[in-house]
Design a protein. Structure first.
Length: 160
């Protein structure tokens, strides 16, 4: 199966369709011309050069990989429902954070040496540091939190 990544202009027009082999799940930008994409069924992350439309690196993992975020030449990936792994762009593990989550780790953000992730089945959003210590949790009035992002002020925006 061949998937694709659509690159849109700021005003929503299709700029380019990037042919991506396999069933992609999550995407993050590493730099101007490079993105990383998770492939849960392949237990892999593929680094993709958007300029010449090639896969430049495949990082094989030992678990299903879901959510993906990038910061400071590191990738943060949600593995199954119990591990958040911080890896370098060669695939070397920098940190492994054990977490408890009732759903697979589909949605996470890496920001300021912290990982924020949503647990849609557990109706919660958590923030942990790189050692896995919980900084905070939010459980009020949630009914299935999913996608997250941070704004320029450091606030966390949660789609519920």
């Amino acid at each position: 199966m061949v998937g694709k990544v659509n690159l849109l202009t700021p005003d929503g027009k299709l700029l380019k369709k990037l042919p991506i082999p396999g069933e992609a799940f999550s995407v993050t930008q590493i730099n101007q011309n490079t993105i990383a994409i998770t492939y849960p069924d392949e237990k892999a992350i593929k680094i993709f050069n958007m300029e010449n439309e090639t896969v430049t690196k495949v990082i094989t993992l030992d678990k299903y990989c879901w959510g993906l975020s990038s910061s400071d030449d590191s990738l943060v990936v949600g593995l199954n429902d119990d591990e958040i792994r911080i890896i370098d762009l060669e695939g070397n593990t920098l940190k492994s954070i054990q977490v408890e989550c009732k759903s697979d780790l589909y949605y996470l953000v890496y920001c300021n040496d912290r990982v924020i992730y949503s647990d849609c089945d557990g109706n919660a959003v958590y923030c942990v540091d790189q050692s896995g210590k919980q900084i905070w949790q939010y459980k009020q009035d949630l009914s299935g939190p999913k996608g997250l992002c941070t704004d320029t002020y450091g606030n966390i925006i949660v789609a519920d």
